[in-house]
Design a binder for this molecule. Structure first.
Ligand code: XMP
Length: 504
């Protein structure tokens, strides 16, 4: 068997999606930077992704073409990848006058394995400005509505497409990717069952009999991690820190869930320490820092010196993001996973991150095959700093109680009406402004609440959910009648970007 299908990242916002689609098609795939081409081993096929740059720029990202061809495996260039390959195969690239972005048409021009079984005319999603002037030896496989080649073949097994097959707006995109993967040389399969067995073997080997400490939160990632360690019969201490910023009844729920699957956890109640440390602080970044530092302190106080390895539920998007961008998410990871003590452990080879090649949906699948209840694997993500990021301004017990009570009503109604599983994340946040209302014929000044529900792929972007008015009405009524201290409910209709998913 060859190594994973290598996707070379030239910086397109969609590159991660290519990896996902390949895995959805049942093959194992990994993302590499262009300079990591030599680290791909013997990949079964290589895909060069799109990117925001022009191959005509002086310092345009490049690829070691000789090495690439020397691999002797099928190659697919997407957008930037196609233009780069076109130049390497002796063609040229001309600067375009306009940037074409959005839907376009693909007209099939000749039969080829790449476009087998796709419609003569279909919708594709473009994002480019330059166009290819192909070498004479190339074959045009498809053109767009202006007669510009958007599908090329330069040599046996070497293809280029000017559109994004990985986005759902390219209607035949998955078929085209699937066709390309059929050409791959003995590709490794991606099935979560067999992957689980591989992971268990890897974990056992890496742990090598040492004692492992694992922080659990009741969230999907850490629960799956704990279940994996349990299945691998690793000697593990699972520590659950109650930071006082959790959802209503969360501590009891988490204890009950782990009990039901036979995994021991130690609960450390540090809620007072967290709330005291947060008192008076209103700056969002400082709040995060206080919580991050306190977590590390409380966690390592509980662990003491008794630590062989520390297991973390780092996922693939976290790894990719911290490697490739200076985004907010990588700052988040800095606070939570990259603090000094953890960096020390990392340098000593004492950090275990067995989920670091998986996407969230795959972690959920893994949790299912490990026997975790749906209640855990289907859970919405919950941020490390907890309700503090849903409580702009100072965090107080009074405000936390309002958020907890409203959140419980909202989430229960989403479950009741069959919406919870269709949503990436939903929650109530408090708006720290008191507005006027009337309760029992008396004017009152009470907080406003925001409720938010979004769909997303791995939290990079998000769309607000079009919940029915009737349901929104019921949620609002139940909150206004059931939660003290609130006289106004607002539904957040902001996409990410520009808004983030959380309030802080
Ligand atoms: P934003 O608000 O940045 O959130 O759009 C993206 C995703 O990350 C979660 N989130 C966090 N998770 N520590 C975490 O562990 C944090 O500080 C943090 N901030 C946001 C958020 O819930 C969403 O799923």
């Amino acid at each position: 068997m060859q190594d994973a299908i290598a996707v070379i990242d030239f910086g397109s916002q969609y590159t991660q999606l290519i990896v996902r689609r390949i895995r959805e098609l049942g093959y194992f795939s990994r993302l590499y930077q262009p300079e990591e081409l030599t680290e791909t081993g013997k990949p079964a096929a290589v895909i060069l992704s799109g990117g925001p740059r022009s191959t005509l720029d002086d310092d345009a990202p490049d690829i070691d073409f000789e090495y690439l061809r020397g691999l002797g495996v099928p190659i697919l260039g997407v957008c930037y990848g196609m233009q780069l390959l076109n130049r390497k195969f002796g063609g040229e690239v001309a600067p375009g006058n306009t940037r074409e972005y959005g839907p376009a048409k693909l007209y099939k021009k000749s039969d080829s394995p790449l476009f087998e079984g796709i419609a003569e005319e279909s919708q594709i999603w473009m994002s480019h400005s330059d166009t290819c002037k192909m070498p004479e030896t190339a074959t045009i496989l498809g053109e767009n509505q202006d007669g510009i080649p958007v599908g090329l073949q330069w040599a046996e097994g070497c293809y280029g497409i000017q559109f994004h097959p990985e986005v759902s707006h390219s209607h035949e995109g998955t078929q085209i990717l699937g066709n390309f993967l059929k050409l791959a040389v003995d590709p490794p399969e991606f099935k979560i069952d067999s992957f689980k067995d591989e992971l268990i073997e890897k974990v056992k080997k890496e742990v090598a009999g040492r004692k492992v400490v694992c922080g659990v939160s009741g969230g999907v990632d850490s629960s799956v991690l704990a279940a994996l360690l349990h299945e691998a019969k690793v000697n593990t201490r699972n520590i659950f820190v109650n930071n006082g910023l959790l959802r209503k009844n969360e501590v009891e729920d988490v204890i009950q869930i782990f009990e039901s699957v036979g995994i021991d956890i130690e609960v450390v109640d540090a809620s007072e320490r967290f709330l005291t440390a947060l008192a008076g602080e209103t700056d969002p970044e400082k709040k995060r820092l206080i919580i991050g530092r306190m977590f590390v302190q409380v966690f390592f106080d509980a662990v003491g010196e008794d630590i062989g390895m520390l297991a973390q539920g780092t996922l693939y998007p976290d790894v990719i993001e911290s490697a490739t961008s200076g985004s907010m998410a990588s700052t988040i990871k800095t606070h939570h996973n990259r603090v000094d003590r953890i960096m020390e452990l990392k340098a000593e080879g004492r950090i275990l991150e067995p989920l670091d090649s998986l996407f969230k949906d795959e972690v959920r699948e893994l949790g299912r095959v490990l026997g975790l209840p749906e209640k855990v694997v289907g859970r919405h993500p919950f941020p490390g700093p907890g309700l503090a990021v849903r409580c702009p301004g100072e965090v107080t017990e009074e405000k936390l109680k309002i958020i907890q009570d409203a959140d419980e009503i909202f989430i229960n109604l989403l479950h009741e009406h069959g919406w919870y599983d269709k949503i990436w994340q939903a929650y109530a946040a408090l708006i720290p402004t008191k507005t006027v209302g009337v309760k029992g014929d008396v004017r009152c000044y009470e907080y406003a609440l925001s409720i938010r529900a979004v769909t997303s792929e791995d939290a990079m972007t998000a769309e607000w959910v079009h919940l029915p008015y009737e349901l929104l009405g019921e949620i609002s009524n139940r909150i206004l009648n059931g939660v003290d201290g609130v006289n106004r409910v607002l539904y957040d209709i902001s996409t990410k970007p520009p808004a983030s998913i959380e309030w802080e």
